[in-house]
Design a binder for this molecule. Structure first.
Ligand code: PEP
Length: 249
């Protein structure tokens, strides 16, 4: 881990029922969590209110998406104002499932991120390459292009955490090696220092996501540019998620 405060987010995706979520909340409420770690969970929108009212305040709440501007006549969307009303502090944007399954592009994602930040909601900004892009030697190009789209849209990086999530590692059980992840994290930091500022490069946390779990997190967490994790599957199990939080080194 680097010098920034370790950050671990749990992305519950489109999973859960009132019952399974209440069990997960009770497991999280009884888990022992290292104090020097920011811990965030992102439930499906429908359950945010339930989670906010019963989860310990030690853990902050993130949304998994938001609209690009103020709410209104946008059927099916959820506004940043509504997320704030429910007590959300963060939103995950640019997740590969939204880029590649739903079809969101850089510009649309950038608008959402800028609006969320303007309303004081923190952004977990996801970037990452597909397997074919990695195999074609384009990992840095893809990550830098996605980063540039965020950089062009964002008014400031104060409330942003970058999540490097290689798409081939998400939900596949095929985690990046600590060396593979560190190589991209260091490149992202270098890009920030050249294209934004040295201060943003050193302050911004860069977390890893893609099949991180209770067994592989400690080795990843030792790497100097890995400042935490965004966890999908393993965040649905309270004790395992807690062990990832506690992998801070
Ligand atoms: C994610 O979706 O952000 C993720 C990292 O998923 P998983 O941990 O299941 O690979």
């Amino acid at each position: 881990a680097g010098s920034g405060k370790f950050f671990v987010g749990g992305n519950w995706k489109c999973n859960g029922t009132k019952d399974s979520i209440s069990k997960l909340i009770s497991d999280l409420n009884s888990a022992k969590l290292e104090s020097d770690v920011d811990v965030v969970v992102a439930p499906p929108f429908l359950y945010i209110d339930q989670v906010k009212s019963s989860l310990t305040d030690r853990i902050e709440i993130s949304a998994q998406n938001c609209w690009t501007g103020k709410g209104g006549a946008f059927t099916g969307e959820i506004s940043v104002e509504q997320l704030k009303d429910l007590g959300c502090k963060w939103v995950i944007l640019g997740h590969s499932e939204r880029r590649h399954i739903i079809g969101e592009n850089d510009e649309f994602i950038g608008k959402k991120a800028a609006y969320a930040l303007s309303q004081n909601i923190g952004v977990i900004a996801c970037i990452g390459e597909l397997l074919e892009e990695r195999e074609a030697g384009k990992t840095f190009d893809v990550c830098f292009q996605q980063l540039k789209a965020f950089a062009d849209a964002l008014p400031s990086w104060d409330n942003v955490v970058i999540a490097y999530e290689p798409v081939w590692a998400i939900g596949t059980g095929k985690v990046a090696t600590p060396e593979q992840a560190q190589e991209v994290h260091a490149a992202v930091r270098d890009w920030l220092s050249k294209n934004v500022s040295a201060e943003v490069a050193s302050k911004t946390r860069i977390i890893y996501g893609g099949s991180a779990n209770g067994s592989n997190c400690s080795d990843l967490a030792k790497k100097e540019d890995i400042d935490g994790f965004l966890v999908g599957g393993a965040s649905l199990k309270g004790p395992e998620f807690a062990s990832i939080v506690n992998s801070v080194t």
